[in-house]
Design a protein around this ligand. Sequence first.
Ligand SMILES: [Mg+2]
Length: 339
Amino acid sequence: MKTFKIEIQPLDLPLKRRFTISRGSRDEVNNVLIKVKCDGITGIGEAAPNHRYNESQQSAMEFLSEFGDYITGNPYDISILVQKMEEHLEGEYSAKAGLEMAVYDWIGKKLNIPLYKLLQAPDRIGPRTTYTFGIDQPEVMKEKVVEAGPYPLLKIKLGTDYDKDIINAIRELTDKPILVDANEGWTTVDQALGMIGFLNKQNVFVIEQPMPAECVKEMQELKLKSTIPLIADESITGKESLKDLSTQFHGINIKLMKTGAISTSLRIIHQARKIGMQVMVGCMIESAIADTASALVALWADYADVDGHLLLAENPVKGLEILPQGHIQLKDLPGLGFE
Ligand SMILES: [Mg+2]
């Protein structure tokens, strides 16, 4: 039997600048740092709780302290941990993701192998990541275009009554391809189709979650009419039928903090591939710890949005790398590959 001591502490991360989406604004995110210790080796993980799913730093920390030490006869079988956490309590997926990531990091370090090799990723270099702009006045968006200098793909948050002004302001300065994320911000099919018609001439390659998750019928109609691929984000947490989702969306955005595990995310990706859905791997606003785990999963994806750590004033560790052309790369170091 092995006993993993679990240590947790608040990880409060100030942002470089205020971040706004259609649901609200933040100047800081309140995540949780997780360390697991066994055999003199420490694995590291991070939870980025999401209020939309009724999670907070406090609820994540409560879950982890109540879960207690992880005792197992086979530390290399991650499904034992995932099942134990699921039996302990429903929900709290960010805490579960943070703990699974820490144990996976430990496994890689213990076996002295990078996780991308252990999990047989196609490569340690993945898709290009987008660089995300929160909602702001068009003039501020222009400053962000300058800040985004080296990153070749932009992700723009929309869902305001001045969406076209935002895109027009950006297009005055750059023709970089854009991924739009409406965060459920468009409320009718007509409004969404109007925006898609406009965005169709703006070099927009994907639209994420145009309408609220509960608008199933509306999304089915929109998918039939959209000229730009539509990707589910708020509509997928990992429990839904992918077949049903494929009637509304061309693809899915997988996030560790929603699925609760690297292993679960990979399983969902393989299922999505089987029915021909596109795959994007996204992130929350999280440090390079969780973003490295997200980047690992993104090695199997078509699109990567793992730039949460770039929005922070500073990062607690160095992990994933972003190459000059914007591609993500995992380090050739044991575990997740932190320095
Ligand atoms: Mg999104």
